[in-house]
Design a protein around this ligand. Structure first.
Ligand code: K7E
Ligand code: CUA
Length: 628
């Protein structure tokens, strides 16, 4: 397959062509062979089959999944791409972690992105950019709670391309995106309270100087647009479908420093932020800066015009906007209830026409330990009950009616899950495209569900078919630390590149350096000495050879190897591994990758390709001759 044969392996084409295995059309096509059937028989059968096929978790070998799942890899620091409904792990995207296979964290190109002294991270909330409340396939953003960062993944190549360290706060937890009119901003919460000026000189003992801040990041530049100082801490967050409000839960309104203090009051709150008022305040210069950076910090503490504080039962956790745009649901955690906040009433709260608490229009009781809620687009909500190890399916409008005194049962079903669920997520359920087909429940414990793996056991992702009236468990999927959250995006929303574009910004710096060195990366194989101890080795690769089968350096040289993979064939990735030097990296088709190391061992040092690329892959190797 050649490089310019752009559409030959395009998923969209396959959707429209031979792979219509999910839709009705394919079945009609297949059924058309069965001539003796009457039209009526055929139609009902086709419909039955269509429903069945659409919701079978079995994806046959060679067939493609209907959804891309983006799974947080928790404290592994990575993001994983899953196929749904098969629950096959398709790819891992290193984000905050060191990844041997691809050389992420080792290559010069990835170090430019990672730009950090550490290679650890704690991912929780992966969320895709949106246009008009629908996934747009451009970016996935993810938080790093461990090191207070936010990363961006480019969905055309499925690689991390930007990481931002957020100042003035500690531990970024909840993260979402602006949904309407488009993702101009990524929003996230600084969870742990710290002194605003946290320089260790003063204020550490005085808890009254501690703050948490809400962070608003420009999704394109990946810079902090502004921060909002709040009362209490911040946990999870979500945005409305009008482009007007963001809301965050706070579990420590007391600003307690130990467990007893953190759960001492009867209520905590949800903070609502007015985007227009915050933007106006920044524009009007009504902000301060701290700690020597120039991020505008707005004061959104109680009494501010920028925020409103809605009291809810103690220690809320997840907050989820319903895809019809009507409600925020704050999940009780310590309370067996969820609080339904009417988004339509937020205008009146900000206009001081009603009290903040008046926006809570129902507090249905669901069970013990409600953490997160997902929606099916048919008016039902699915709430995880951590302590009960269950998911409760309930109807939102019925819960509101019951709250208003009607005798009506809003609970539709409760199922046992295995065990202790955290997040759950419906297919496209946080967007306007909520389609109510699948529910994934991310269980923190698997206990007896899999073959024992010693003291450390995997977590368990359970897949439910929710297309009918009942939730049906169809799959258990073990995962490794620690799927806090995930999203499921229809495959039609995502277009990935098959091979790298030579103009890709990801390796633009290396390309510029080569140009300055007078090197044509597509043709040249040469060794350039730069000063006394620095050597750059440029080579090409094309299966099954490197452009250089040997090069010479001096002991102690700092060597930079730059490889350009001339292969244009999709899936022909080469590697570069220098034995005994801790050096390895991926060079996919049409990619340029580089890595810098010290030639600190004299003699013959073999390098080899470590992505199996060709029948003669074992022969794809060469010698670095290190002169003592
Ligand atoms: Cu694990 Cu969303 Cu970080 Cu809840 S959070 S469980
Ligand atoms: Cu190139 Cu293996």
């Amino acid at each position: 397959m050649s490089n310019d044969d752009k559409s030959a392996n395009n998923v969209e084409l396959e959707n429209e062509g031979r792979r219509k295995f999910f839709g009705k059309t394919a079945l009609i096509g297949a059924g058309a062979v069965a001539a003796p059937m009457t039209a009526a028989m055929f139609t009902s059968m086709a419909q039955a089959q269509a429903v069945e096929a659409a919701n079978s978790p079995h994806v046959a070998p060679g067939e493609l999944d209907e959804y891309y799942g983006f799974w947080s890899g928790g404290h592994s620091g990575e993001v994983r791409i899953m196929g749904v409904p098969s629950m096959r792990e398709l790819m891992r995207i290193p984000v905050f972690n060191l990844d041997n296979a691809t050389g992420y964290g080792l290559t010069n190109e990835s170090k430019e992105v990672l730009n950090s002294e550490y290679v650890t991270g704690d991912c929780h909330h992966p969320h895709m950019s949106m246009t008009d409340g629908k996934y747009n396939g451009k970016y996935v953003f993810i938080n790093d709670k461990a090191n207070t960062r936010v990363a961006r993944i480019r969905c055309d190549v499925m690689k991390t391309d930007k990481i931002l360290h957020i100042p003035n706060v500690q531990a970024i937890h909840g993260l979402r995106v602006q949904k309407v009119p488009y993702t101009k901003y990524v929003i996230c919460n600084g969870e742990f309270e710290v002194p605003v000026v946290n320089d260790g000189k003063s204020g550490m003992e005085d808890v009254s100087t501690y703050r948490s801040m809400f962070n608003v990041i420009d999704a394109e530049t990946m810079e902090v647009a502004f921060q909002v100082m709040v009362d209490g801490n911040l946990d999870n967050t979500d945005a409305d479908f009008d482009g007007k409000y963001f809301a965050s839960t706070s579990y420590n309104s007391e600003m307690g420093m130990n467990l007893g203090e953190m759960i001492s009051s009867e209520r905590d709150h949800v903070v609502v932020f007015s985007l227009a008022r915050c933007e106006a305040a920044v524009k009007a210069g009504k902000f301060k800066t701290y700690n020597g950076n120039n991020v505008p910090v707005l004061d959104g503490r109680k009494g501010s015009e920028l925020t409103r504080y809605i009291p809810v039962p103690k220690s809320p956790h997840g907050i989820n906007a319903s895809p019809d745009g009507k409600y925020f649901v704050a999940n009780g955690k310590l309370s067996p209830t969820v609080s339904i906040i009417s988004i339509a009433k937020l205008d009146d709260i900000f206009a001081n026409k009603i009290e903040p608490r008046d926006a809570v229009i129902a507090e249905p009781e669901l069970g013990l330990g409600p953490l997160h809620t997902a929606f099916d687009g048919r008016g039902n909500a699915y709430t995880t009950l951590f302590l009960d190890s269950q998911v409760a399916k309930w109807n939102v409008e019925d819960a509101i009616k019951a709250h208003n005194g009607e005798k009506i049962n809003y609970l539709r079903q409760k199922v046992d899950v295995h065990y202790q669920p955290g997040h759950n997520h419906t297919s496209q359920g946080e967007s306007r495209d909520a389609d109510g087909k699948w529910l994934v429940v991310l269980c923190k414990f698997s206990k007896d569900r899999f073959l024992p793996t010693g003291p450390l056991k995997p977590e368990n992702d359970q897949l439910f078919d929710i297309s009918g009236d009942e939730m049906k468990l169809v799959h258990d999927g073990p995962t490794f630390a620690e799927p806090h959250d995930c999203i499921m995006v229809h495959r039609s929303k995502i277009k990935t590149k098959r091979v790298w574009d030579r103009n890709d910004p990801m390796f633009a710096t290396t390309v510029a350096t080569a140009k300055a060195d007078g090197v044509n990366l597509m043709t040249d194989n040469k060794v350039i000495r730069k000063g006394k101890n620095k050597v750059t080795v440029y080579m090409t690769s094309i299966a099954p050879t490197y452009g250089l089968s040997e090069f010479k350096v001096k002991l102690g040289d700092e060597v930079t190897v730059v490889i350009t993979n001339l292969d244009q064939v999709e899936d022909v990735t080469h590697g570069f591994c220098m034995t005994n030097h801790g050096v390895q990296m991926e060079i996919s088709a049409q990619q340029t990758s580089s890595i810098t190391f010290k030639a600190n061992r004299p003699g013959v040092q073999w390098y080899y390709c470590n992505w199996f690329c060709h029948a003669l892959h074992m022969e794809m190797r060469g010698r670095m001759l290190v002169e003592a």
